[in-house]
Design a protein around this ligand. Structure first.
Ligand SMILES: Cc1cc2nc3c(=O)[nH]c(=O)nc-3n(C[C@H](O)[C@H](O)[C@H](O)COP(=O)(O)OP(=O)(O)OC[C@H]3O[C@@H](n4cnc5c(N)ncnc54)[C@H](O)[C@@H]3O)c2cc1C
Length: 296
């Protein structure tokens, strides 16, 4: 079987690893030269860990899991003693998406995938094309989308600071979310652009030494493709859907998509089963994400 995966993000690498575990080789093209450092998904549920286990990834993931309780509190600034608990995850592990993708890339390669970093896909000449890209392939095929569309942007500041905390926080002073990343490193995601240093100081509620590492801007959108399968092209990642960050675990849904697609390509069901099963799941996740969005 000839499988070309366009986009080596979480979705593309996950499907490559799951296919590899079934003995199906594939080629992954990723336009970036390196796995991005930007803070993204954290929580991997127990169900996701079981899926990762099928490709031998559960133990390595546990080894790189963050010492992060996964709880989310609301407070005015980090200097505040008064905190309201918003979420305590039951089970699962907390893992930085960068570390997870580095691991998946290594595992997919070990299982037979050819992952070509720094290569932008130009033609889609393969028996099966998996569009795990940013929506470009979906648009080029004329596949429409539905949902609320663009809702705003998330400005994520990555910084280093000596903080004693291990939890995540919804910080009212900046209307943003502060999360622990790799040891000593934090991310602050806010809905408005601003001076990163000032925003971090305002969120911490204390003028302490902070080392700014970078800012990434992500579109916040609610958008699902009208079909996930077009002839031999299968949509994943943002080509399939973009959901607003919310308690809904979108990174976990991406891994479920990848697992099911590997099963289907392995012969467990016809290709259109992926559209029949995963598109309604994405529509439901979009409705949940819109309903459950935290507001400071
Ligand atoms: C700040 C932030 C916080 C988040 N927090 C959470 C969370 O707490 N829980 C949760 O569940 N989810 C969270 N998410 C969402 C989750 O991380 C994403 O769902 C995940 O990154 C999606 O990965 P992906 O592979 O599906 O898409 P992407 O990461 O967008 O990957 C697509 C890849 O395709 C590549 N590409 C595009 N076009 C081409 C081309 N022509 N040729 C080659 N390569 C191409 C791109 O370079 C990119 O690497 C968060 C996201 C952000 C930004």
């Amino acid at each position: 079987m000839d499988v070309l995966i366009v986009g080596g993000g979480l979705s593309g690498l996950a499907v490559a690893a799951f296919l590899g575990a079934r003995g199906v080789a594939c080629t992954v093209l990723e336009q970036e030269r390196e796995v991005p450092r930007a803070p993204r998904n954290h929580l991997l549920t127990d169900a996701t860990m079981r899926l990762l286990g099928s490709a031998g990834l559960d133990e390595p993931v546990r080894r790189i899991a963050l010492d992060h309780a996964g709880r989310l509190f609301a407070l005015n600034t980090l200097a505040d003693a008064e905190r309201t608990l918003l979420r305590t995850p039951t089970g699962g592990v907390s893992c930085n998406e960068h570390e997870l993708e580095v691991l998946m890339l290594a595992e997919a390669t070990r299982l037979g995938a050819e992952v070509r970093m720094g290569v932008r896909a130009a033609d889609l000449d393969a028996e099966y094309v998996i569009a795990a890209d940013d929506g470009t392939i979906r648009d080029s095929l004329g596949i429409g989308v539905h949902g609320s569309g663009t809702l705003g942007h998330l400005h994520t500041i990555r910084f280093r600071a000596e903080l004693e905390e291990r939890d995540g926080f919804l910080v009212r002073a900046v209307g943003g979310i502060l999360l622990p990343e790799e040891p000593g490193t934090w991310s602050l995601s806010v809905p408005e652009a601003g001076d990163p240093g000032e925003l971090v100081v305002k969120a911490l509620g204390a003028d302490m030494p902070v080392d700014l590492l970078g800012v990434t801007v992500t579109e916040v959108a609610a958008r699902v493709a009208d079909t996930f399968v077009h002839r031999r092209v299968v949509l994943m990642a943002k080509s399939a859907y973009t959901l607003p960050p919310a308690p809904g675990l979108h990174g976990n849904a991406r891994i479920r998509d990848a697992y099911r697609l590997a099963e289907i390509l392995g012969g467990e069901a016809p290709l259109d089963a992926y559209d029949r099963e995963r598109r309604p799941a994405a529509d439901q996740a979009m409705a949940d994400a819109l309903k459950e969005r935290y507001s400071p």
